[in-house]
Design a protein. Sequence first.
Length: 314
Amino acid sequence: MPSLSQLVIIVAAIAAFASVMALGVQLSSRDQLANRLKAVARRRQELSARQRDSLKGVRFQPNRRVSWMKSVLGRLNLQQAIDDPAIKMRLGQAGWRRPSAAVTYIFARVAGPVAGFALALLYTASAFAQAPFLTKAMILLAGTAAGHYLPAILVANAVQKRQQALARGFPDALDLMVICVEAGLSVEAALLKVTDEMANSAPELAEEIGLTAAELAFLGDRRQAWDNLAERTGLAQVKSLSTALVQSEKYGTPVAQALRVLSQENRETRMAAAEKKAASLPAKLTVPMIVFFLPVLFIVIAGPAAIQVMAAWK
């Protein structure tokens, strides 16, 4: 039987060996992690160098038409209007996010009145050559006003159509996000899944959600990505989604619960909108019935009697 001192020595030796082994495993795991990070960084550098090599012979030339319009606007001191964030946000809500969109829009606002005046002048000279001066002046004024307001009207129409398309697909996208988050996916993965699934049924909404997923991956401030989504769409329900997700990430509340509440609210809002349209249908049908249906009904009912009376008088 070993003595007590020998047992103490054996236990101390085993403990020292275990400590050395644990320290060695920890150091080796750190070395492996460092090697993996170095390998990833090396691979990234290789891909970047390969991409630069492939782009060496490519020259990006700006569009001549856009360059000409930009030079004209620069001579008119309208560079500040091109860089206006409100105009860019409005064009973004219409789905026009190219760098040349603001230049084209401002140039159309400048050239529209001139083109409208020229067309009205040609029309007046050909069709109203003998008309009074006041009539010609009114036609010229109408053409100039039409050229001035036409670009803004087109942008407003595009924004309205895009918002309607986004609003139609948003409840389905929100329901799909609820399913994905409750299944265990992260918010970014849920957004990517929604983007893939909604690409055919709602391409506008899929584009916005995909752009938001990219911003969440690259922007340092996640709140900025959600705010950008609300600004790009201009919809109240998307603003509510952004606010709910920001608060959920800030205070640690369950994301799935917040999404489920929003989904229920959107479903109730859509049902209320359908009921409102159904309730307003009788009032809207009153005028068409009076103008189109009642005269035909009176003719069908009173027509034979009128024909008999006329025949009896003869």
